[in-house]
Design a protein around this ligand. Structure first.
Ligand code: NCD
Length: 343
């Protein structure tokens, strides 16, 4: 299946990079995710509710790198929608460990599924997989490359809080060179108007120049900092903190470097006291000391909300990619059937 470069809708398409998405496609997905979230709203007393939007569809979710949230939210979301799900984790128990090529591995999964969700160690691997795949492929993280579904759930979380993404000032903090979540989220932000991005990282972990140039061409106002200063903290609407990506520091020398950098930024209550009252603090998780637990009770801490939203966004995305009906009336009908009452 050809890898489409830019689309208005992900229906029947691969999801490899945020570069493929137009603003309209993102907004439609947010609306659909909002419907799923509504369905799961505890106040409706309807949780968990099973829909059949993926009934008769088979998915293979393959994770060649560790994952907690992405793999579980995809698999559970697909199951909740009635899909047949196979979860493959680790290289060790697949034929990849025998030396099989990525392309042949994809061809094998194609025989048993309608959708392939894959996480791989190598940047660019998912584009390669998409080239040969006969079914849509969703990138669940390709090395230091991208993590488009994380960016979509991050954007959705911002939309819930601010009503939209236009005009937001976002501060990215941490490992911006290796962190794939920020590579996708910066791209996503560039689809919106009057967005400002501040990159806060030591020199060696700064946002790659190629990506900065691309965003500059898209008209995004960008600045770089090596410290999280008071002025910047008092201005951002979103502070997006990331983990220093230990697994990307290969070799003894690099590991020593990691040890020096791992606690370069720590967000604690003192830091949060200098941030705006109506800002939000985000993190894709897992955190390994970048945000202290004391901050969790702060009303601005939004990382657990992101985690939950991942479930809704990935359900909406799987249904959209597989071209399943996804309407409010379908939700209402289903709720009526499930509850025996009108809603
Ligand atoms: C991120 C990832 O895998 O890139 N985790 C996630 O999917 N939520 C972030 C990270 O590992 O630091």
């Amino acid at each position: 299946m050809a890898l489409e470069t830019i689309y208005d809708t992900p229906r029947g398409k691969h999801v490899i990079s945020i570069d493929q998405w137009r603003r309209e496609a993102v907004e439609t997905l947010f609306d659909q995710a909002q419907r799923v979230a509504w369905m799961y709203n505890e106040q409706n007393g309807m949780r968990p509710i099973l829909l059949d939007w993926l009934r008769g569809k088979a998915m293979v979710d393959v994770f060649f790198e560790p994952s907690t949230r992405t793999s579980t939210s995809f698999a559970q979301g697909e199951r909740f929608l009635g899909g047949i799900v196979e979860n493959v984790t680790g290289v060790k128990f697949s034929s990849v460990s025998k030396g099989e090529s990525l392309k042949d591995t994809v061809r094998a999964f194609n025989c048993y599924s309608d959708l392939l969700v894959m996480r791989h160690t190598k940047a660019g691997a998912l584009a390669e997989a998409a080239e040969v795949s006969r079914t849509p492929v969703i990138n669940a993280g390709d090395g230091t490359g991208e993590h488009p579904t994380q960016a979509l759930l991050d954007g959705f979380t911002m939309k819930q809080r601010f009503g939209g993404l236009d005009g937001l000032h976002i501060g990215f903090v941490g490992d911006l060179v290796n962190g794939r979540t920020v590579h996708s989220l910066a791209r996503l932000m560039s689809l919106f108007d009057d967005v400002k991005i501040s990159y806060v990282a030591p020199d060696q972990l700064q946002m790659p120049k190629g990506l900065r140039s691309k965003l500059e061409a898209a008209g995004v106002e960008q600045s770089r900092y090596s410290r999280l200063g008071k002025k910047l903290l008092g201005d951002v609407d979103v502070l997006y903190v990331t983990r220093i990506q230990k697994e990307r520091f290969e070799g003894k020398k690099a590991q020593n470097e990691y040890e020096k950098l791992k606690h370069y930024f720590v967000i604690d209550s003192k830091v949060m006291a200098r941030a705006k009252d109506d800002m939000i603090l985000m993190h894709p998780l897992p955190r390994v000391g970048e945000i202290t637990e004391a901050v969790d009770d702060d009303k601005r801490a939004s990382y657990f909300k992101q985690m939950r939203n991942g479930f809704f966004v990935r359900m909406a995305l799987a249904a959209a990619v597989l071209e399943r009906p996804f309407t409010v009336s379908a939700v209402r009908d289903e709720m009526r059937v499930q509850s025996g009452k009108m809603v």
